[in-house]
Design a protein around this ligand. Structure first.
Ligand SMILES: [Fe+2]
Length: 458
């Protein structure tokens, strides 16, 4: 049930404090599938009476919102989950906002409004991050320094099980803590939206009888609800039943299971976020039809980026057989997808542009490694391609995989172009039909970069 905070009078002066919050306020892309002039502001607070209000700078002057909230009782302690929509923002501009409780200003920050389709913008992306390591803090710090407009998390957001209690120690303090430093991480989340992808660890607490605070993914993010409506999407185990299940369903509300798959436009790009966990069978006709419809109806003037956790083209030995998403490869070529972003494998890998050469639904195709690639593309003087480049950006903080392969390209699979075993993040600079991609390590050094031109659509 959604409740509204009561109107409050702003009597006393500003008092900045951390006390009222469990987690500081942070912005999200919210429900619109065209992310343009609004964001959603969220935060979590202890279950106690209070009057909450938000003021912010819109394009039409200062606005006052009442915060909505619902109560999450499945965790110990439970919490109030607050949200409010910040509308009529000036595209691409920073704006100030304040959160007030019981007449006291308890938080203030600046956030970045989403860009318009004719504006340049920067996406930051990394996955496999919430592990509580010093490298996680360093990546968060370095990523904050490049001043992106949004952050895409390519799954395995919080280890090991994606529980609310694990977010407490391995997530909030790294991306929305009390300081910005290589040791402490950053405060990015209060200023730019973090966009989630469901990884295998994020759903590993799907036995809600065993883990009452499981599946935190479905509490903490506000994204569009336009994904396929299929019961087979559910990550829940049969043992998730009883009061724990009913409490979870009530607290997650519309988010469950809809936000495992969704799509949206941001700036000049269309993004499709897929749940690649093995409980979802992407040969299911309803799922394929949803994806086809989404891609075919995407604005032909925008980039098409598909993202999910499990990479189907990568050279590490760890997770080498987790390549079931190959079943969708022909659709990416057919619908002129420009780039695929994955995580799961804890390093950085860039594939050559992979072309369609045969029906990927054949089991022989799924297991082969001799897919044809566009050999002309070099990312500097030749920047257009018909094939689709896959990026593994899984160096967000968790321990790295297979470093012994880095100096031996002859042992990489034939479609792999770059392979770096360093903690790192991706920076994507969109400028009209041109994209500059840069992979940056935990000390701010460039590991890889290339230019890519948007494919002509239709
Ligand atoms: Fe994973």
């Amino acid at each position: 049930m959604i409740l509204s905070a009561l109107i409050l009078s702003q009597g006393s002066g500003p008092v900045l404090a951390t006390g009222p919050f469990l987690h500081f306020p942070y912005v999200q892309i919210g429900r619109p599938t065209q992310v343009a002039t609004e964001l959603t502001l969220m935060w979590q607070a202890p279950i106690e009476p209070g009057k909450w209000e938000v003021t912010y700078q819109s394009s039409q002057g200062v606005r006052h919102n009442l915060a909505e909230f619902n109560q999450v009782d499945t965790t110990s302690p439970g919490f109030l989950n607050f949200r409010t929509e910040l509308t009529s923002l000036t595209p691409g501009k920073p704006f100030k906002y304040e959160v007030w409780k019981n007449g006291n200003k308890v938080f203030e920050s600046t956030a970045k409004a989403p860009v318009k389709s004719d504006q340049k913008w920067r996406l930051v992306s990394f996955g496999d991050c919430g592990r509580g390591t010093k490298e996680q803090a360093m990546i968060s710090y370095q990523a904050s320094k490049v001043n992106g407009d949004a952050v895409l998390l390519t799954g395995d957001i919080v280890y090991d099980l994606g529980r609310v209690s694990e977010y407490e120690t391995k997530f909030w303090n790294y991306y929305n803590g009390s300081a910005t430093s290589p040791e402490r991480g950053s405060q990015m989340m209060r200023s730019v939206p973090f966009i989630p992808v469901l990884g295998n660890h994020d759903m590993a607490s799907n036995d809600l009888t065993k883990y009452p605070d499981g599946l935190a993914y479905f509490y903490f993010y506000q994204v569009p609800l336009n994904g396929p409506k299929l019961a087979s999407n559910s990550p829940l185990t049969p043992n998730a039943r009883g009061a724990g299940l009913s409490n979870f369903l009530a607290a997650a509300g519309e988010n469950y299971p809809q936000t495992a798959n969704y799509s949206f436009d941001y700036g000049n790009a269309h993004f499709v976020v897929l749940d690649s966990n093995p409980n979802v069978n992407w040969t299911t006709p309803e799922l394929i039809e949803w994806l086809k419809k989404d891609l075919s109806e995407a604005d032909p003037k925008k980039w098409r980026i598909v993202t999910y956790h499990h990479p189907e083209f990568q050279s590490s030995k760890v997770h080498a057989t987790d390549r079931w998403m190959r079943v969708l490869s022909d659709l990416y070529v057919k619908y002129k997808v420009d780039l695929v972003l994955n995580g799961h494998v804890h390093n950085y890998q860039r594939s050559k542009p992979i072309e369609l050469s045969f029906k990927p639904f054949l089991s022989t195709a799924l297991n082969a490694n001799d897919w044809t690639v566009d050999k002309a593309f070099n990312g500097t003087t030749v920047t257009s391609t018909e094939g689709v480049i896959r990026i593994v950006t899984g160096g967000g903080g968790a321990p790295l995989y297979n470093p012994e392969l880095e100096p031996t390209p002859d042992k990489w699979l034939p479609f792999t172009e770059k392979y770096h075993v360093r903690h790192s993040f991706s920076q994507l600079d969109f400028d009209g039909d041109k994209l500059k991609f840069t992979q940056i390590d935990l000390e701010g050094k460039t590991l890889d970069s290339f230019l890519l031109m948007r494919k002509p659509k239709n």
